[in-house]
Every structure is written in C-alpha cells, then in structure tokens.
Write a protein that binds this ligand. Sequence first.
Ligand SMILES: Nc1nc2c(ncn2[C@@H]2O[C@H](COP(=O)(O)OP(=O)(O)OP(=O)(O)O)[C@@H](O)[C@H]2O)c(=O)[nH]1
Length: 153
Amino acid sequence: MKTLLEKLKAIYLNSEGLPPDRIVPTIGLRTIWEKYYEEAHAIIYVIDASCPSSFEDAKSALEKVLRHDDLRGAPLLILANKQDLPNAVSSEELARYLDLKELGERVYLFESVSAYDGKGIKYAIDWLVDALERSKRTELLRTRAGNAAAGSI
Ligand SMILES: Nc1nc2c(ncn2[C@@H]2O[C@H](COP(=O)(O)OP(=O)(O)OP(=O)(O)O)[C@@H](O)[C@H]2O)c(=O)[nH]1
C-alpha cells in the first residue's frame, strides 16, 4: 500500500514520490484498522496478485472487513497489484479466486494495477472518485463532519 500511495502522490500531485527502495515496511498495522472504519469513505484493498499462496488469507481478512458494521455502504476498490511481474494474475482471475459472497449491494471494482509502473491506477482512482460522488455514505459522513464543525464554533 505504501508503494501505491507514493505512486498516487506522483500521479495526482505531480510530485516525485519516494522510490520503492526508500519505502520501509510497516509492522503490525492490521490491529488498528478498525479504529478508522467509522470515518472511512471507501475501502481500498490491495492484494499482491503475484502471490497466489496469499489469496486465502487476503480473502478471509477482506471478508472480515466487509462484515464490519462500521463500513456499511462504503464503496470497495480491490487492486490486483504487481502487474509488472510476469506471474501476476489479472483482476478477473483474482475476483474468481476470492469469490466474495459478502458483496451484497456494495458498489465495487476489481482492477489490475502496478504501483511500480502506474498501470491501471488512474482508472481505478477515477472510478472511486465517481463512486464517492454518488455514495450515500459519503453524503452522511460529510453532513456529520459539517455538524461537528458547526458544534465546535
Ligand atoms: N514488483 C512490484 N513490487 C511491488 C509493487 N508494489 C509494491 N511492491 C513491493 O512489495 C513490497 C511491499 O510493498 P509495500 O508498499 O511496502 O506494501 P505494504 O502492504 O505497505 O507492505 P508492508 O508495509 O510491508 O505491510 C515492497 O518490497 C515493494 O517494493 C508493484 O506494483 N510491483
């Protein structure tokens, strides 16, 4: 995700972004995910598409995220990352592997991307921006944020 965020900065802010070899690994972030759910407008779930042995874990972690009440109605973008690697599976294949049953009415997209060469990222983020513009959840979060700001004056 960090490599991807640097690429996003590079694409959307026209800045350089850290090169991949300057990005250090995060340790133990998963335990604090839930603290952010309530305020999240969307879910971006990044999967290493070059590593099928990790798909089962990725699937159960994502299913748990999708079951969480605090994320109800949040648009879901699932990124099949590392498409620059020859063994990476496509977003369609990944969708078949994951076979998510918890999608319900949720707006979602599986997209093939590479945080290294930038493939697919603009398309995916443009899709997300559009989904957010139509999202009831975003409307609700904005109203809530507005009320909180008004209350603090
Ligand atoms: N080939 C390739 N490698 C990538 C890509 N994106 C990330 N990586 C590499 O995958 C490893 C993990 O990337 P991170 O961006 O740190 O991913 P993360 O999920 O934040 O990882 P942690 O912080 O370690 O949990 C790093 O060695 C990256 O250089 C990609 O699109 N292509």
